[in-house]
Design a protein around this ligand. Structure first.
Ligand code: ARG
Length: 460
């Protein structure tokens, strides 16, 4: 067997070497980007007079044919194809002859693979961005449709104060808005072309890094060839941004698991988005929610694995960098599937509003309202907190109903009892960004405006 680099070797590669070092099984995914990079590179070579227009045209035809073969599945990989770059170049040379052998002029697989991976990352992050937008749309729609429904808000998973259901849903929407922001920001830094850096130092030939960068739709060419071929910050950043998405989905997943339990009973899963048990006939399980929770662990592993690979690498290219692809591809695949599944899960979830409101309507849920009423009447907050706390304790100890204690209290009285009524407390959270229906209506409009503004964030 002979590889592209076997000129300086008298012997062919050991089987174990090939088995251990090939990346073709996973980097085939970069085929479209590799071909796009080669087209742009050819244009640069022709502009620099390094190859003739006729040679460029015949290699372009060969690239078209290779693209066709790859997309139809007719492409025959050879045992010597170490990676997608060598596979494409080998086939181009078979088809175009001596002109094909000029394709790699002034180029190394080091700048080539970095270019391919940046093109891929830009496209993949845009796609994830669109999937997040679809999930945010569902959250906004459901927030609008549930109107003034409310449920207990929790801290420490203990009932704290009632909040609008729309407010709770939008809390997840805003977290995802930060994810969109991070993905768009990360995509911006990925938007730099390494092509023309060569193996590490540039070239003696009149290459055109700025021209090929523009042809490939990159915002700019590299500034430093050593950095261009060895920088994988964009992969690490993409993995962090995707991992943060995973962590956010895991929190949504956990709440769906809780809400759909009989103990909470706040939501029922649609049959198409739940699973049964192989042994227990009565079961309806929230597997999407659980996997949304579970996948976060896998993405955290992808991120930390890559950071460990990058740590301590000397300039410039090292083969360790080949380990950048699988974690990235896996994170993209998993989040694409997870986002779409969770979108369907939330779109079809049925809320049991009655049950939620019943859980929120305990008299103790209005304790803060009573304390705030005392504050309005001039009592220092710490004293008000203690006074109401004492009433709550007395009522829980079975002494008397809280409403009777409130009515009898010299600083509270009958008008304070009105605060204990069902659904009253939540309407009193009127401050901007607060949980009451009036503030939430403003928030929902702001959220929708944010979604509109974000819609163009990933435009090329
Ligand atoms: N498959 C390699 C990678 O993904 C391509 C670059 C190989 N470069 C080299 N100098 N061996 O990193």
């Amino acid at each position: 067997m002979s590889t592209l680099w076997h000129g300086r070797f008298a012997e062919g590669p050991a089987e174990e070497l090939m088995a251990f070092t090939v990346s073709l099984p996973f980097d085939q995914r970069l085929a479209v980007d590799d071909i796009a990079g080669s087209r742009a590179h050819l244009g640069g070579l022709a502009r620099g007079g390094i190859i003739t227009e006729a040679e460029a045209a015949s290699v372009l035809d060969a690239l078209d044919a290779v693209e066709q073969e790859l997309s139809s599945g007719a492409f025959a990989f050879a045992p010597s194809d170490e990676d997608i770059h060598t596979a494409v170049e080998r086939r181009v040379t078979e088809l175009a002859g001596p002109a094909g052998a000029k394709l790699h002029t002034g180029r190394s697989r080091n700048d080539q693979v970095a270019t391919d991976l940046r093109l891929y990352t830009k496209r993949a992050l845009s796609d994830v961005g669109a999937r997040i937008a679809a999930l945010q749309d569902v959250l906004a729609d459901r927030a609008a449709k549930v109107g003034t429904a409310y449920l207990p808000g929790y801290t420490h998973l203990q009932r704290a104060q009632p909040v609008s259901l729309a407010h709770h849903l939008l809390a997840h929407g805003w977290a995802l808005a930060r994810d969109v922001d991070r993905l768009a920001d990360c995509r911006r830094r990925a938007d730099v072309s390494p092509l023309g850096a060569g193996a590490l130092a540039g070239s003696s030939l009149p290459l055109d890094p700025a021209g090929v960068a523009a042809d490939l739709g990159f915002a700019a060419p590299f500034e430093n060839s050593l950095d261009a071929v060895s920088d994988r910050d964009f992969v690490a950043e993409a993995l962090f941004a995707l991992t943060m998405v995973a962590v956010h989905l895991s929190r949504i997943g956990e709440e769906v698991v809780l809400w759909s339990s009989e103990e909470f009973g706040f939501a029922r899963l649609d049959e198409a988005y739940s699973t049964g048990s192989s042994m227990l006939p009565q079961k309806k399980n929230p597997d999407i929610a659980e996997l949304a929770r579970g996948k976060a662990g896998r993405l955290i592993g992808n991120l930390t694995g890559l950071l460990a690979t990058l740590k301590g690498l000397p300039l410039a290219y090292n083969r360790d960098l080949q380990e950048d692809k699988e974690p990235l591809f896996d994170a993209i695949d998993q989040m694409s599937l997870a986002l779409t599944a969770v979108t369907g899960l939330l779109a079809t979830l049925r809320f049991d509003i009655e049950r939620m409101q019943e859980a929120a309507d305990t008299p103790q849920a209005s304790a803060t309202d009573l304390a705030e009423l005392l504050v309005e009447r001039g009592m220092p907050f710490r004293d008000a907190h203690a006074a109401v706390g004492a009433l709550v304790r007395e009522s829980l100890d079975g002494g008397a109903r809280l409403s009777d204690l409130v009515a009898a209290h010299p600083d509270l009285g009958a008008d304070a009892v009105a605060l204990l009524g069902p659904g009253v407390s939540v309407t009193r959270r009127t401050t901007p960004g607060g949980a009451g229906p009036a503030a939430v209506a403003v928030q929902l409009a702001r959220f929708r405006a944010r979604l509109d503004a974000d819609a163009s964030r990933f435009d090329p």
